[in-house]
Design a protein. Structure first.
Length: 343
């Protein structure tokens, strides 16, 4: 039963985890930097990489301690080496290579979005029927994949502008809510009327499985600040919204996001002839989306909440599939800003 030590530092979470057999999570340590970036309402790359430097060793020690393991007990060191912020990626990749070399363990580099899809396997070990449609919805990614097996993943569609999590974060900023915006908008939406404001659903061409969220974000901006050139009294800050209006805007925005995602999923399921849908990434924590997924024509697999946002367990789990195939990485593994899955 191989034990794999996973490392994650692609964006603003420093994480390490020990996973046995690809699903049995022995530890899952995540040091979040949310507070460092909150005042800028988004991730500042230089701040993120410095925080990774400070966090990486304590996080690694804690992950091994919680798993009651030493480096000698792990069979491989896995790291998400792409895609992400280059300065952030470099910290995790350097730590992984150093540990692998020093302890004489094989190194496995995995793609972070691929690992988000694999996160549905953690703890449950219940493989989704394939081919499946994979959906990664996060702060940095919104993309659809054809998943023939865990090693056969092909990008079929992606956002042409903002990622859906990014739209959540920007709308939260427009509404004067905190960062990250997803959880707070999700909470407010539960108390609002989803039909209060009819925000646009951008579907692109008839059979397109690409996404666009920037129009929706602008529609929310205009709704709360007024439309320039229409004689509105355009405000530089969001108008004082009553609590009720705030809930309604949040619910209406969330409904537009969920409608578009579900519509694209249905198109993708049909195109791929999929037997299931696999959803990963921070926005897969969204309660509106999770609820809508139960109404798809095929079963949807969604990770437990703690594996929706960035973590290292998903990389350690996916690395098990690589180890079984003997697919190891050389010690000159690079940090790469883009995903390996491109059209
Ligand atoms: O996967 P993740 O941790 O990082 C990236 O790889 O980007 O995703 C973070 C994103 C943020 O944009 C956050 O606002 C969003 O996931 N998010 C949510 C929810 N929880 C986190 N969006 C909508 N609803 C949520 N409940
Ligand atoms: Zn992510």
């Amino acid at each position: 039963m191989p034990a794999i030590l996973g490392i994650e530092s692609t964006c603003d979470e420093t994480a390490a985890s020990v996973v046995v057999d690809g699903f049995d999570v022995r530890s899952n340590v995540v040091a979040t930097q949310v507070e460092l970036h909150a005042k800028y309402r988004g991730v500042v790359p230089e701040i993120a990489s410095r925080a990774h430097v400070e966090n990486i060793l304590p996080v690694l020690r804690e992950a091994l301690a919680q798993a009651d393991a030493g480096l000698a007990d792990v069979d491989a060191v896995a790291v998400a080496h792409r895609p992400g912020l280059i300065g952030s990626l470099l910290i995790g990749v350097t730590a992984a290579k150093t540990l692998a070399w020093a302890a004489g363990k094989p190194l496995v580099g995995v793609d972070h979005v691929h690992a988000h899809l694999y996160s549905v396997m953690l703890e449950k070990n219940e493989p989704p029927p394939m081919p499946a449609v994979g959906l990664v919805v996060s702060g940095g990614h919104t993309a659809l994949y054809r998943v023939g097996s865990w090693l056969d993943v092909e990008l079929i569609g992606s956002t042409i502008d903002d990622a859906v999590g990014e739209a959540y974060d920007k709308v939260a900023a427009i509404l004067g809510l905190g960062y990250p915006g997803g959880p707070v908008i999700d909470r407010l939406a539960a108390r609002g009327d989803a039909n209060a404001v009819r925000f646009p659903r951008t579907l692109l061409a008839r059979d397109s499985v690409d996404f666009s969220f920037s129009g929706l974000k602008t529609a929310v901006l205009y709704h709360v600040r007024g439309v320039p050139g229409r004689g509105d009294n355009v405000k530089s800050v969001a108008a004082e919204l009553s609590e009720r209006q705030l809930h309604d805007v949040a619910a209406s925005f969330q409904a537009a996001c969920v409608d578009v995602i579900v519509k694209k999923l249905r198109r993708a399921v049909e195109r791929v002839g999929a037997k299931s849908v696999i959803v990963g990434g921070g926005v897969s924590a969204n309660s509106g989306l999770r609820e809508a997924l139960t109404r798809l024509p095929v079963p949807a697999f969604v990770p437990p909440m703690r594996y929706c946002t960035d973590n290292a367990a998903m990389s350690a789990g996916l690395a098990e599939v690589y180890v079984r195939e003997g697919r190891f990485s050389a010690l000159d593994l690079d940090a790469v800003t883009h995903s390996q899955f491109l059209v």
